[in-house]
Design a protein around this ligand. Structure first.
Ligand SMILES: Cc1cc2nc3c(=O)[nH]c(=O)nc-3n(C[C@H](O)[C@H](O)[C@H](O)COP(=O)(O)OP(=O)(O)OC[C@H]3O[C@@H](n4cnc5c(N)ncnc54)[C@H](O)[C@@H]3O)c2cc1C
Length: 123
């Protein structure tokens, strides 16, 4: 980005927030009885990148789909749908140690793996 003329010399403000990363998919909790959890409340956040928008939206969709057939058995339907999301978080957990190791992280960032093309947006 520096090569493209962006100047990162003068830092104006720095902010951070603590997050709870699910280290095991057992930490994901879809709910109990008639109380269901979605998004971060259910523990659905990426343990490697701390992204949670897509998980919040997906779990909300899964819950609404589960409720479409009524309250009867909705929790089991929701739990079943959430398996996909849990599996995805399991995979992210495998990736996580690499992402929190500065050397490996630097190598991945440099490789451009899973990066999007920004050049065309800078013209
Ligand atoms: C600094 C930062 C940057 C992030 N950047 C990204 C990013 O680039 N991409 C990405 O995918 N994710 C990102 N995330 C994560 C993402 O913001 C969250 O995972 C996502 O917003 C979770 O959505 P949610 O609806 O589950 O919870 P939230 O968005 O936290 O919504 C919960 C809501 O419930 C309200 N609430 C809490 N308690 C009560 C109560 N008792 N009564 C009523 N209301 C209550 C809260 O005020 C809040 O509005 C970031 C998070 C942080 C902190």
């Amino acid at each position: 980005m520096k090569n493209k003329g962006f100047n990162f010399d003068s830092k104006v403000k720095r902010e951070g927030a603590f997050i709870y990363r699910p280290k095991s998919i057992r930490q994901l909790f879809t709910g109990k009885g008639n109380i269901a959890f979605i998004g971060e409340a259910a523990g659905a956040i990426s343990p490697s990148s701390a992204e949670g928008f897509s998980y919040a939206l997906k779990s909300a969709l899964y819950l609404s789909e589960s409720l479409n057939n009524g309250l009867d058995g909705f929790m089991n339907r929701y739990k079943r749908k959430m398996r996909k999301l849990k599996f995805n978080i399991l995979l992210k957990n495998l990736k996580s140690p690499g992402m929190y190791n500065p050397t490996i992280r630097k190598m991945v960032m440099k490789s451009g793996l899973e990066s999007m093309e920004v050049e065309k947006y800078l013209k």
